[in-house]
Design a binder for this molecule. Sequence first.
Ligand SMILES: *Cc1c(COP(=O)(O)O)cnc(C)c1O
Length: 494
Amino acid sequence: MNYVSTRDSSLKITAAEAIARGLSPDGGLFVPEALPRVSVETLRSLGRMSYARRAAAIMGLFLEDYSAEELKEYTEAAYSEERFGAAPAPLHKADETTAYLELWHGPTCAFKDMALQVMPHLLRAALVKTGETKQVCILVATSGDTGKAALEGFRDVEGTKIFVFYPSDGVSDVQKLQMRTQQGKNVGVCAVRGNFDDAQSGVKAIFGDKDMLRKLAEAGYFFSSANSINWGRLLPQVVYYFSAYCDAVEQGMVPFGEKINFCVPTGNFGDILAGWIAKKCGLPVDKLICASNTNKVLTDFFRTGAYDRMRPFHTTMSPSMDILISSNLERLLYMATEDDRQVKAWMEALGEKGSYSVPESLLRTLQTDFACGWCSEENTRREIGARYAEGYLIDTHTAVASRVLADYRAETGDRKCAVVLSTASPYKFCDHVLSAIGSEAKGSGTQLIDTLSQLTGTPVPRPLAGLDKREVRFDQVVEKTEMPNAVLGMLGIG
Ligand SMILES: *Cc1c(COP(=O)(O)O)cnc(C)c1O
């Protein structure tokens, strides 16, 4: 199976090349030229497998240049009991037709671990397969969770360096401290003044900066990305949609073969796109419900066909969804139209005037797969309170999706079995979660960890215990324009 760029489909490369490069030189993203079909027999057989084996089986369909043995080794190392506990992606059944897919049992307590624990294995192998002799320098722009998960995934991985930029305002206290205290010899962390889009566009600019690329090459490095623009980040996320479906069948929530809905708290559109890919491969899915917070650019897009980022940016209590440029939408547009020139034109319009519109016919097609909705700050708080009153504690991002699902059901009458993707541990957002469940506790995010545990009787996740006692290793803050120099400084060149 070959991969093509969303902006130039004549550019065909292997899976390993797509993973090694991250972003296409024309600015496009890599996508499979055609999607594999998962047969009913394969789907049935997944039900009897461990998560690691499910992952090896699904990823193998997309990665023809990786052997089954390689994938088995990588997935077993990534989804080990030591890293994820007994079950990497358990399904919490809330009622007969609603379940929460808990994707935060990994080393950083957010769903990004699901991909970032396995991606470094895929990338290292990709470098060998493509004959790359330079070392890879991973640059990440993070809205909070990706950065920490990437740092953990790549920490002390030979032949790699990793640098993470996070927006100085717009990540939680716990997230900030998780990154500033990161261990490892090959890691760097730096705050950027501004919001996530500033950090992300800064990183994208570095990837396209010829002078930077030359300096790096001279020092024996090349850039790659661990953001969900990298196919190696996106693919492992396809797996848990299959896994959740098998578990929903196993738990008697749906008869095998019947369709279910997924409701996904969305930011960069990577997570929900993985669900759409699963559907297009044959997973019985009806609607993918795209849930946004007050930065509801995607809700407006799926309702009107107009994508318009020229709007006020809101800093919310679900910071990983505070995004106005959802990069992975480009992949959906290409895969739905297979029109690289059109996609290129839309993306240029987005860059130049901040908006574009898709034709009515395409919008209708997308609406058969996607529903959408958004949730205010007040309703996010209420949703956490309401679910907690029923005995289940959820974080701010999961709450957005949980509420959007309730609204969707009320609006449409669609009562199909639905899975809400639970993307972070409530312990990453203690302050908001505590206030939502009616506590008046004050203090910094890290002190509140113990308070939340005592009040709710739930255990502190192991990776967050004792966070405030760790040494801060990274406290640099730069302007967006200084990001290239920060990278060179961290690499000790230029
Ligand atoms: C990253 C993230 C999201 C959004 O996922 P996308 O793939 O960017 O759409 C939602 N919730 C949490 C907790 C996240 O870390």
